[in-house]
Design a protein around this ligand. Structure first.
Ligand code: FES
Ligand SMILES: [Fe+2]
Length: 417
């Protein structure tokens, strides 16, 4: 029975509550022709992607719950834009983003270590360690040692260089354009509305895995964008999947999603296997009611997760509340470091564990995902080497790989602008 019955119908849904397209509709809309690998193989395409996409598009760079208190900051190194980005919560509680670049002579205001650095400003100021210029967490230049020695200095014009920053559902996005063509709300459009309302912000326990892969960023993105590989590459970590069903395909602007079911995974226990969660009782079982309306509207018991792909490099896996206690989701992001080098980040999110049993269950989930993600990432460098060799010119994509087809087409369109 459709558990949504009695609820307000979801606008645009079919008689069964599905919002997306069928396989046939997807085939007629996106085609079935092979897709060229040139965009992966050619360094010149990567140069274009940097200018036309990564320096002009909204990019998720942080979450609000990473910097919950006033003065908390995160610095993200972003070689794709030659940038070090400071995301900081000001004294007024607002999250802002700045180039982590001192306006005196260009030193980093916050010294960094690795791709992500976290910290807390003291007294809501940040001081450059080179000569001691002091900035407020709202970016303004507050004080300059030996200011008289400059002869003339307009401090009001020498604040940190701000980067456009906005928030969707607790995810912090930036846009490097001086004047972004769209607001974040416009960029996400109906896609953002469709996936709003999930209790993302309650899952503040985050476990992050990351590695640098010698492959183009799209090889990594594409490997995580389809379920066709699950019964084969994940035979070790996820035994029991006879296959994967992608359905209810949603294409909204540059973004896309589909619902993923696990064939042969009809019981709650096996459904939870993908999320790696051991169900102890009803409290810790799946909570399909937490999903946004219209996702798995028939409440199929073999539902695994919804896979929203936010252009260009952010994947969210919305599980049916598998996890202690009651919600869990995970995300992937793919940051180009060079044409053939990518930083992959996978993060599991849970509500904070309330006791040792819940903590163990979360660690169990992390371990299963780590094993599966090792299997995933283990293909990527070989795939890229194969494509670079020139041995193949095309990818042959089946229905379950439609997110790849959609992303490749969207990237082509954006690069042609
Ligand atoms: S470069 Fe920052 S104070 Fe001189
Ligand atoms: Fe996988």
């Amino acid at each position: 029975m459709n558990e949504l019955s009695g609820n307000t119908p979801v606008p645009g849904a079919d008689a069964f509550g599905h919002l997306g397209r069928s396989t046939q509709q997807i085939r007629s809309e996106l085609g079935v022709e092979p897709v060229s690998v040139a965009a992966i193989r050619e360094p010149a395409v990567y140069a274009l992607e940097r200018e036309k996409i990564f320096k002009r598009t909204w990019l998720k760079v942080a979450t609000e719950w990473e910097i919950p208190e006033k003065g908390d900051y995160k610095v993200k190194e972003m070689p794709v834009a030659d940038a070090s980005v400071l995301i900081v919560r000001g004294k007024d509680g607002k999250v802002r983003a700045f180039h982590n670049v001192c306006t005196h002579r260009g030193n980093k205001v916050v010294p960094t270590s690795g791709f992500e650095t976290f910290g807390k400003s003291r007294a809501n100021v940040l001081s450059c360690r080179f000569h001691g210029w002091v900035f407020s967490t709202d970016g303004s230049l507050r004080s300059v040692p030996m200011e008289d020695g400059f002869g003339k200095l307009d401090k009001a014009c020498l604040g940190l260089r701000e980067i456009a920053c906005d928030i969707w559902e607790g995810f912090v996005f930036i846009n490097f354009a001086d004047k972004p063509e769209q607001s974040l709300a416009e960029f996400l459009g109906d896609f953002g509305k469709l996936f709003a309302g999930y209790p993302y912000a309650e899952a503040t326990s985050a476990f992050r895995y990351a590695t640098v892969l010698e492959c183009n960023w799209k090889v990594a993105l594409y490997a995580f964008s389809e379920g066709y590989h699950v019964p084969t590459i994940h035979a070790g970590s996820l035994p029991g999947f006879r296959g994967i069903e992608h359905s209810d395909f949603k294409l909204i602007g540059p973004h896309a999603s589909s619902t993923i079911y696990g064939l042969g995974m009809e019981s709650a226990e096996s459904t939870a296997q993908f999320a790696g969660v051991l169900h102890a009782d009803a409290e810790h079982g799946p909570r399909p009611d937490l999903l946004p309306p219209g996702i798995n509207p028939m409440r199929r018991p073999d539902f695994q997760f919804e896979l929203p792909n936010i252009f260009p490099n952010f994947l969210i896996h919305l599980a049916a509340g598998c996890g202690y206690p009651g919600i869990a989701y995970f995300t992937h992001q793919f940051w180009p470091l060079a044409h053939g080098r990518t930083l992959w980040e996978g993060v599991n999110y849970f509500r904070p564990a309330r006791n040792a049993a819940e903590r163990v269950a979360q660690l169990h989930t992390n371990a299963i995902h780590r094993n599966a993600w090792l299997e995933d990432t283990g293909t990527m460098e070989d795939t890229f080497t194969g494509i670079r060799s020139g041995a193949i010119d095309d990818m042959f994509l089946m229905d379950q790989e439609f997110l790849i087809r959609h992303a490749a087409r969207t990237l082509d369109t954006q690069l042609a602008r």
